[in-house]
Design a protein. Sequence first.
Length: 242
Amino acid sequence: MTAEITKLREILQESNNIVFFGGAGVSTESGIPDFRSADGLYNEKYAYPPETILSRSFFSANTEEFYKFYREKMLYPDAKPNKAHIALAELEKQGKLKAVITQNVDGLHTEAGSVNVLELHGSALRNLCLTCGECYPLEKIINSEGIPLCLCGGVIKPDVVLYEEGLDPYVMSQATKAINDADVLIVGGTSLNVYPAAGMINYYRGDKLILINKSETSFDRYADLIIRDSIGMALNAAVFEE
């Protein structure tokens, strides 16, 4: 066990008010590709830039084209929770972890057993009729062709935050409060370049900011502990291994 993992384990053992803030790197170990790395989604070539396709105006004007891209590139129904998800769920079960704040929309934290999950960008597992509000599971999107429609005839939209849409104010307020109140803040699998979500780290008032990320972030100079390794390996070793 490295010195960094040993230190992480000591911090986790001593605290009962931990908050985790995670990004795409948490899910890459479940086989879900990220967006912004050299081989990520945003560096592939499409008829439209992914940022355009994943915008609310594009969804409204080109709904069928949106869903073609969304089904092919954004949905991973066979993905399973990895060691990071499982370790975080265990920390919550122990009463140590108070909240998971995630930028991911895959629902894997909940599947792993975490209860207090604050999904900043929504969830692909929920899909809402824009006319009547009826909620449909992911299977509705996967098993439909073209534009998925509600029984009432309305268009169904994934309950995810698209470009040009704001984050849910209630989720934002709960997340900022959790970060502000935390003794320990673990930030993992994110470059902290996506705002406004990344700016929430500024609400942390404690002295145990832990960054677990394979590459540098703009917050490295503020961190009390930096681990440049697999987030699943780091959390699993700190939580489970003797």
